[in-house]
Design a binder for this molecule. Structure first.
Ligand code: AHG
Ligand code: MN
Ligand code: MN
Length: 347
């Protein structure tokens, strides 16, 4: 503890009684390991071109996306940290085809970590905020994890959060009892609690969506956005503002700080993909922190944390943020599904 400020490790010690007994001794340790990796990635991003960290590689990830150098550097840092840390039985990353399971040698390693090592890759080269998103799940006991062990639904997360590398580096995390924000003090290289118990306002007048996809949206999304854009004189009775940063961490961070709704909905752009964002590395952990701050996460038709994952790199529709807006969008999806059913020919 430094004069009146609560460091991340002091916070974890204070929260100890809220952590499930079986994870009490090692979850704080795992989070501190993670925070060390985050500091390394923060340093790389802040050095930008000086660290040789900008630009693309020739390689693609399993999802066919061109990898940026920083995607791979961040991925290596996180994988190394967790492998060396000795608390993790398995690792799954957006950038790696198959989960990396650590052979079981008789010593129980309690956690699985899943992560998007660098979120918002398209913003790296233009010096706009990027981040890392993480999810911590329980590992199976007494054996090496199999693929099915990683496919746990979002409610099973023990801890989740993200780091944002912006004007300030912040770590936002939830251990399942509220969502808390820490800011990296660049002088001491320590994270301090600056945003305890973040609360997302239930009402908002701000939405975030990639509007260039409008022609591919489903009717409930088009209806919601059209109503927001009509503003004061229409059904919403107030004017709305729009923001789209194209880094999920930055858009969701804004929502945690002042409310709003973030959407990457299902659309018809590429019928083979049920959404753009990944369930295990993006949707689940971000929904966990948003819901622990009083918000909601939904696909429009189902709650994200209730989804049964089918594959490790699965994509889903994401609607996330202020509770009343997410519920309104769910209602619009229900209305539209009823209409579609009524209009479909009787078999
Ligand atoms: P990633 O960089 O990990 O692939 O994720 C990018 C995601 C997310 O951060 C962002 O909200 C969205 O993709 C941006 O998509 P568009 O380029 O379609 O705006
Ligand atoms: Mn991402
Ligand atoms: Mn990524």
């Amino acid at each position: 503890m430094e004069s009146g400020r609560t460091s991340l490790s002091a916070f974890l010690a204070q929260e100890s009684s809220t952590i499930q007994a079986e994870y009490r001794s090692n979850l704080p340790q795992l989070i501190l390991q993670l925070s060390t990796a985050i500091k390394k990635i923060a340093h790389l991003t802040s050095q930008g071109a000086l660290a040789g960290a900008l630009g693309s590689l020739d390689s693609q990830n399993v999802q066919g996306e061109t990898q940026k150098k920083l995607d791979v550097f961040s991925d290596d840092i996180l994988i190394e940290t967790f492998k060396k840390g000795g608390l993790v039985a398995g690792i799954a990353s957006e950038e790696v085809d198959e989960p990396i399971s650590i052979p079981y040698t008789g010593e129980q390693k309690p956690f699985l970590t899943l992560f998007d090592p660098l979120d918002g890759s398209s913003n790296i080269d233009v010096n706009v905020s990027v981040g890392s998103i993480f999810s911590i799940l329980p590992a199976p006991r007494g054996r090496e994890p199999a693929l099915a062990d990683y496919l746990q639904h979002g409610r099973k997360q023990i801890c989740a959060g993200y780091a944002i590398y912006g004007p300030a580096t912040m770590l936002i995390l939830s251990l399942g009892k509220g969502t808390h924000g820490f800011t990296l003090d660049s002088a001491s290289q320590e994270f301090f609690l600056t945003h305890p118990n973040i609360q997302i306002p239930a009402e908002t007048s701000e939405f975030a969506i990639n509007a260039s996809n409008e022609r591919f949206w489903e009717p409930p999304v088009s209806r919601y956005i059209a109503e927001c854009k009509k503003g004061k004189t229409d059904v919403r009775g107030r004017d709305f503002n729009m923001r789209w940063i194209a880094s999920m961490v930055a858009d969701v961070h804004r929502i945690l700080m002042r409310g709003g709704v973030f959407m990457y909905p299902r659309d018809t752009k590429d019928p083979s993909k049920p959404g753009r964002l990944r369930l295990m590395y993006e949707a689940n952990p971000m929904t966990f922190v948003v819901e622990q701050a009083g918000g909601l996460g939904s696909t429009g038709r189902a709650r994200i944390l209730d989804l049964a994952p089918e594959s490790i790199h699965q994509r889903v529709a994401v609607i996330l943020g202020s509770r009343n807006e997410v519920e309104r969008l769910e209602q619009y999806h229900r209305d539209d599904d009823v209409k579609t059913k009524l209009n479909s020919p009787i078999p």
